[in-house]
Design a protein around this ligand. Structure first.
Ligand SMILES: [Zn+2]
Length: 378
């Protein structure tokens, strides 16, 4: 198998897992947050900057790279690692999520999904075989099965039919996958918010003995309580010696709560997307840099952060850059936000090592959100 998960310690207080994931491009400490590099770039960050902040693995999007520049060009470049000058691990998603969320005029059949490109309007098709062809060409260390992420809310009948189709698609992905020795194919547990469907999906996937498992279809508009409830009954069904990835979740509270529930990997566009609106995640909570109250604030964005941005620039300067639409402002806040989440996960790993993740969570929540049960999105 292309990847190997090594459990090094279980937190006695919370049950969270500390581990290492060995991949063809290096070893990752888990639990880990993966910055998202949608178009073969983490927006505004260079690979050197990502390494400086100790990003161990990044994610890239199959749908976007299929549309532009096309997977043939990436393959000719020597794969995604060479194309984007990133020699550490990469995970690619299957394209399923974007096909359903970004494209227009989707037509889902047993075969796959026909859709119109959100860029050119061109009619295109992705099914399990195509998703594998594209991801085999991109060459990421971890690749994802083609699935449907059902909307929320959705009735049980729809979710049941969708989850069963996703399972049939997974078996076709396994058959079509051409590079299993170099690329680990993860299956995705679906089933919406229905416990029996989630359990059935998890059992079916585990029977296939995949190199890793993802929990998909969460953070799609449901409450955080509901998301945690689904994790509470889903993750215990996944094998302990395989990595577990919670897809599309990256708010600070969800990273901690997910780790407590036995998740090893997370990704989310949140830190990079909110940076572009001039919003930062700090040890004191959310800071909207654009606010007038920071016009003469000559202190660092986060007094407890030692990232490049916080060591060298003030809120007043960042606010000026954001208001003037200067790209350097986006770069500086993106840098800080990614650093903040990577640092948070480092603290989570340390707390697991010292059997005190629940204490860490409570202290963090009160400081960041002012509440032990925040409902705010981030
Ligand atoms: Zn910082």
């Amino acid at each position: 198998m292309a990847v190997k998960y090594e459990l090094t310690k279980t937190c006695k207080q919370s049950g969270a897992r500390l581990g290492r994931l060995h991949t063809p491009h290096g070893t990752i400490d888990t639990p880990i947050f993966m910055p998202v590099g949608t178009q073969a770039t983490v927006k505004t960050m260079s690979p050197e900057e990502l390494k400086e902040m100790n990003a161990q693995i990044i994610l890239s999007n199959t749908y976007h790279l299929f549309l532009r520049p096309g997977h043939d060009i990436v393959r000719e470049a020597g794969g995604l690692h060479a194309f984007m000058n990133w020699d550490r691990p990469i995970l690619t998603d299957s394209g399923g999520f974007q096909v359903f969320s970004l494209s227009k005029l989707r037509d889902i059949t047993e075969e796959g999904v026909t859709f119109r490109s959100h860029i050119s309007g061109e009619k295109l098709f992705i099914g399990p075989e195509k998703a594998m062809e594209i991801q085999n060409a991109l060459g990421a260390d971890i690749i994802m099965a083609f699935d449907e992420c059902p909307p929320y809310p959705a009735d049980r009948e729809y979710v049941k039919a969708s989850t069963e189709r996703t399972y049939r698609w997974l078996k076709r992905c396994m058959k079509a996958h051409q590079r299993p020795a170099e690329q680990a194919l993860f299956g995705i547990v679906q089933g919406g918010m229905y416990q029996d469907l989630r359990e059935e999906s998890a059992r079916q996937l585990v029977d296939l003995d995949l190199p890793g498992y993802a929990v998909g279809g969460l953070s799609v508009g449901e409450s955080k309580e509901l998301m945690y409830e689904v994790l509470d009954y889903t993750t215990p069904l996944l094998p302990g010696h395989k990595p577990r990835y919670l897809m599309g979740v990256g708010s600070p509270d969800a990273l901690i709560e997910g780790s407590i529930r036995g998740i090893d990997m997370f990704d989310c566009v949140l830190p990079t997307r909110i940076a572009r609106n001039g919003t930062a995640m700090t040890s004191q909570g959310r800071v909207v840099v654009r606010n007038a109250k920071y016009a003469r604030d000559f202190t660092a964005l986060d007094p407890e952060c030692d990232c490049y941005t916080c060591r060298n620039y003030t809120k007043a300067y960042l606010r000026h850059l954001i208001k003037a639409d200067e790209t350097f402002g986006l770069r500086l806040i993106t840098y800080h936000n990614l650093y903040f989440l990577l640092e948070l996960m480092k603290q989570v790993r340390q707390a697991i090592l010292e059997d005190r993740l629940l204490d860490f969570r409570d202290a963090f929540m009160m400081k960041y959100y002012g509440s032990l049960h925040p409902e705010k999105p981030f």
